[in-house]
Ligand binder design. Structure first.
Ligand code: 9MR
Length: 364
């Protein structure tokens, strides 16, 4: 009997150790918001195995970093390239993740044919409308019931609050935004629909977006949330100005999402200068090729924590926080605003170790 009890105790102890889960980000924030990452081709195809492990362990939402952009998915009239987007969606469905589509209308990465006729002239408003409708309807119909929400219009407003003079704007005027939302609602009435932009702390841009949201609402169109991209640096934005915009957006009654979060740990580059000029300047541009020293790392972690605390403070308004990549090795910021920098902007470092500022949330 004694031996039996001892054996039972050993089995119970073993069960305890095997069932004890390591803490994860998605659990840590489950009462607050979903926690997402943008994923690239290597991750979608399962080639970045450590990246995929980190992703499935810690994140419960994904967004396509590039594979759903116009020039990727719709490179020529009537030509669709769904191969990677299909795999992206399958990946999300298979891993039971909230899947976000990025993006349906954007001035950048648009295949050149979209705005021109066969004589090279800008198309008429009617033709562009038909093309937008076809683009939105084809994608949203294909992924109906699988994609949770879409960045319908991306980066439409500039800092002073005026409309970006994109070809969408030049051909259709301000109407291109409500028109895109109307097409999206028709294509998949159950999908969430979002506006998305960077530099949302800037008052001019913020005020115009508040007006646009109210206008969409007044027209009875669906708008669920606004994405504050959150591409930050060591010296911008301030928590206070970011909070002011977050509250202004939430004041319209829709949700807020932090959609493309990353914070450069390197000095902000003034692109006005001829940046490639001298060796000395090159060293200044890429100051930490072998690892982020303690002092900037502490400042970076402190700022990231301040922002995460802000998102938690307003988690009744913030529905999702998405990092623009999984580990530092993935980040677009390694190549922007100049190529070949060693950047440290994401939640996991190059060895897939979680950044220190997150520890506190895991152990709470
Ligand atoms: O991270 C993306 C990078 O790999 C692409 O080369 C670039 C151009 O398509 O877009 C980057 O993602 C952008 C996003 O789609 C919209 N907001 C700004 C992001 C960073 O440039």
């Amino acid at each position: 009997m004694k031996r039996f009890l001892l054996a039972a105790a050993v089995v119970a102890a073993a069960a305890c150790t095997t069932t004890k889960q390591e803490p994860t980000l998605k659990d840590a924030f489950k009462e607050n918001f979903t926690i997402g990452a943008a994923i690239n081709e290597w991750q979608i195809r399962g080639l970045d195995t450590l990246g995929v492990q980190t992703l499935t362990k810690h994140f419960n939402s994904i967004v396509a970093e590039n594979c759903m952009k116009h020039e990727e998915i719709h490179p020529a009239e009537g030509v669709w390239n769904f191969e990677l987007a299909d795999k992206f969606v399958e990946f999300g469905v298979h891993n039971n993740m909230e899947i976000i589509g990025h993006c349906l209308v954007w001035h950048s990465q648009t295949a050149p044919w979209y705005f021109f006729d066969d004589k090279g002239q800008l198309v008429t408003p009617e033709v562009l409308k038909a093309r937008i409708k076809d683009h939105i309807t084809t994608i949203m119909t294909r992924y109906k019931g699988k994609i949770h929400g879409y960045d319908v219009v991306n980066e439409a407003i500039v800092e002073d609050g005026s409309y970006r003079k994109s070809l969408f704007y030049q051909i259709l005027g301000e109407e291109f935004i409500p028109f895109a939302f109307e097409c999206a609602r028709e294509a998949d009435p159950d999908a969430e629909l979002y506006l998305n932009d960077y530099g949302m702390n800037v008052p001019g841009r913020r005020d115009t977006y508040v007006k646009i949201i109210k206008d969409l609402q007044a027209r009875g169109l669906r708008i669920d949330a606004i994405g504050m991209q959150g591409h930050m640096g060591m010296d911008y934005p301030t928590v206070e100005e970011f909070e002011e915009s977050l509250l202004a957006f939430a004041g319209t009654g829709i949700k807020v999402m932090i959609t493309e979060w990353d914070m450069s740990a390197l000095p902000t580059v003034n692109m006005g200068a001829n940046v490639a000029d001298t060796e000395e300047y090159q060293a200044k541009l890429n100051p930490y090729p072998d690892g982020l020293p303690e002092e900037p790392a502490a400042i970076w972690n402190g700022r990231m924590k301040d922002f995460m605390d802000l998102f938690i403070k307003h988690s009744d308004k913030v529905q999702r926080v998405t990092a623009w990549g999984i580990s530092d090795r993935d980040s677009w910021k390694n190549n922007w605003p100049v190529r070949g920098r060693t950047e440290y902007p994401l939640l996991f470092d190059r060895d897939y170790e979680m950044k220190p500022f997150l520890n506190e949330y895991l152990t709470k």
